[in-house]
Structures are given as C-alpha cells and as structure tokens.
Design a protein around this ligand. Structure first.
Ligand SMILES: CC(C)(COP(=O)(O)OP(=O)(O)OC[C@H]1O[C@@H](n2cnc3c(N)ncnc32)[C@H](O)[C@@H]1OP(=O)(O)O)[C@@H](O)C(=O)NCCC(=O)NCCS
Length: 219
C-alpha cells in the first residue's frame, strides 16, 4: 500500500494529498461519512461511525484519508474481504473496497476512480486474486466508475445495511472472454425493475457496462 500511496501522491490535485488514517482521525472521517450519507441518502450509502472504523482496522482494513490543505475531506477503505463481511467468509483470496466518501468540495475531480485504481493495484500486488465491492443499484455514478475500471456486477444482495446492493467484482487477471458473447440492456432502478436484474444475474449474466440509465449485461 505504501508504494501505491507514493505513486498516487503525484496524481493528486494541487493542495490535496493522501495519508493513512488512524484512531485520532476517525471522528473526522465519521463526519465525512455523515455528510456523504445525507447527500445521497441512507439507502445508497450507510453511515460509518468512529466505532466502525476502529472495528474494521482491528480486522485488517487499511483506511486512507484524502486531505485538502491538511484537513481530511474524504476517505476510502480496503481490506481482506473474508474479514470485512460475513457474506465473503470463504473468499480468502479476495479484497473488499469499501465506499469512498467525499465532502462536496472534493467531488468531480476523479477521486473515486483514483481510489479504485490505487486499492486494486495494492490488492493485486499483495497477491489477492480479485477485488469486490458493494454498490447500490441507485448509485449510478459509482456504478459508472466501478464498471469503467474493470468491475462487473455479479450478484444482488440484501445483507449489507439491509439495503439493496449489487456485488461487483474484478478478477486480478480481468474477465477474459466474458463479454464477447450475447448482450442485453436493462434500465436501472428507480425506473427499471430490480427483479429483472436479479433474474439475469441468477442466470449467469454479468453487468459489464453502463449506458445510463441502462446497464449492459453480457455472457
Ligand atoms: C461517489 C463519490 C465518491 C464519487 O465522487 P467523484 O470521484 O467526485 O465522482 P465523479 O467525478 O465520477 O462524480 C460523481 C457524481 O458527483 C457529481 N458531482 C461532481 N462534482 C460535484 C460537486 N462539486 N458537488 C456535488 N456533486 C458533484 C457528478 O455530477 C456525478 O454525479 P452524476 O454522475 O450523477 O452526474 C461521491 O459522489 C460521494 O462521496 N458520494 C457519496 C458516498 C458514496 O456514494 N460512495 C460510494 C459508495 S459505492
């Protein structure tokens, strides 16, 4: 992670930098989480408080903070999937990206894409065979960023914050031939029907591209 951090510093917008976060920073990160959750709604982004950050750090998560003029205005988390969520208990070779959250002033500068790339590179360099993340079907901006960086929607789940979530995944070696076959476009919620998406996912289709408000499935 340290090597990746060093490389990423060079791509930070002026006045901004990345640093590892520890317990003294958790209250500030919790305040950022609260602002982000209020911005998109609790259905889309669950609250992450100081106790949450302490708990995931205990279990091996790395918490990155984004500072602007030395004040934390964003964060992003990565950790071993099997230790981060009971749902992935058997998946020791996967890492989990946690939601990136930004204060309003940091948005629109490519931070989510930058953090997706940094965390995936760190996971794959450490030998993990894939990266996973939860993302709300209503969070079209995040889906665009994740699918744009090699992730695909592989399933639907309701255990994370007891809200609808797509599970997205990116194998370290990429998706190979998947995507060369049939395609099918489905409109995303709120206008589309989540049941249609669940049906396609259960039948082995993978959501691989965004054409808002639609997602393009392939198999
Ligand atoms: C998701 C998030 C991290 C993306 O940040 P980002 O890297 O700046 O992303 P992008 O530049 O791709 O822009 C994402 C959205 O923010 C909007 N945005 C850009 N600049 C903005 C600003 N200054 N103020 C408010 N919104 C802004 C963009 O219009 C875009 O929305 P749209 O695609 O619906 O038009 C950020 O929006 C956020 O903190 N959201 C709340 C928490 C969250 O949903 N986390 C992700 C969980 S998977």
């Amino acid at each position: 992670m340290q090597a990746g951090l060093k490389a990423a510093q060079a791509q930070c917008p002026p006045g901004q930098r990345l640093a590892l976060a520890g317990p003294k920073d958790f209250d500030a990160l919790a305040a950022i989480s609260a602002e982000a959750a209020a911005f998109v709604g609790l259905d889309v982004f669950g609250l992450q408080d100081a106790a949450f950050f302490a708990s995931i750090r205990e279990r091996g998560a790395v918490i990155l903070q984004i500072l602007r003029h030395d004040i934390p205005e964003g964060y992003s988390v990565v950790g071993p999937a099997a230790q981060m969520a009971g749902l992935f208990a058997g998946e020791d070779d996967k890492g989990l990206l946690f939601g990136t959250a930004l204060r309003a002033g940091l948005r629109g500068q490519g931070w989510q894409r930058r953090m997706i790339r940094l965390r995936c590179a760190a996971l794959f360099a450490a030998g993990f065979g894939g990266a996973k993340a939860f993302v709300s079907p209503w969070n079209h901006a995040s889906l665009t960023n994740l699918l744009g960086d090699g992730f695909a929607v592989v399933s639907h789940d309701f255990s994370y914050y007891q809200r609808h979530r797509f599970i997205v995944e990116r194998p370290a070696k990429g998706w190979g031939a998947l995507g060369a076959g049939e395609t099918q476009a489905l409109t995303l919620p709120p206008d589309g029907d989540l049941e249609d998406h669940r049906h396609l996912l259960a039948s082995g289709w993978r959501g691989m591209d965004m054409a808002r408000p639609q997602m393009l499935y392939r198999r």
